[in-house]
Design a protein around this ligand. Structure first.
Ligand code: ZN
Length: 184
């Protein structure tokens, strides 16, 4: 399953070399996953359906460089006339608060990259609040992944939960995973 942003520059078939029928895709502004119970909308429905009906074994939350949704989170004044988008992007507030405490907002490029990364990590945490996901992860059947697609270079970096950092997929043999080790 692939959860990514609505940005038109993300062409999943090109990025993943997939064919029709390979990926179960849900896209939304900012590649957001609402925490379980907060909003029983299309994303939560798609997750439960994919996990329990299609038995997907991998869920990838994929953010991207130069994301206009992340820019709106960084500069909320731009959301003044968009109450629905503003409400939706509150799901990225946790990422913004982390960046705010640790980065100089004057450096837009560094802030945008940090926010994009923290947003993917935050959405992975939201993903784990869904009982269907938690259940399959606990049994070792389901794995979650956090990716960032660089639109300018076509590079993909993946979150390595053991190292707590994003690593370029090109440089390594094994794909880093965002799934914590099972604790029992
Ligand atoms: Zn985007």
């Amino acid at each position: 399953m692939f959860i990514t942003c609505t940005d038109l520059r993300i062409v999943l078939e090109l990025i993943t070399h997939s064919s029709p029928g390979d990926l179960f895709v849900t896209r939304n502004v900012g590649n957001v996953v609402p925490p379980y119970g907060q909003m029983n909308g299309s994303v939560s429905t798609a997750i439960e359906y994919a996990v329990l009906t299609l038995d997907v074994q991998h869920i990838i939350v994929c953010g991207h460089s130069n994301c206009s949704a992340m820019r709106m989170v960084l500069y909320p004044d731009s959301l003044e006339n968009m109450s629905t988008v503003r409400a939706w992007l509150r799901h990225a507030d946790v990422a913004k608060s982390i960046v705010k405490d640790n980065f100089d907002f004057a450096n837009e490029s560094a802030s945008m990259q940090a926010l994009t990364e923290e947003n993917v990590i935050a959405q992975l945490q939201h993903l784990r609040t869904h009982p269907s996901v938690a259940l399959r992860m606990a049994s070792g059947y389901l794995f979650i992944h956090g990716w960032i697609y660089n639109i300018e270079t076509s590079d993909i970096s993946a979150y390595d939960v053991d190292l707590a950092t994003f690593r370029l997929l090109n440089d390594i043999d094994t794909i880093p995973c965002a799934t914590p080790r099972v604790s029992f």
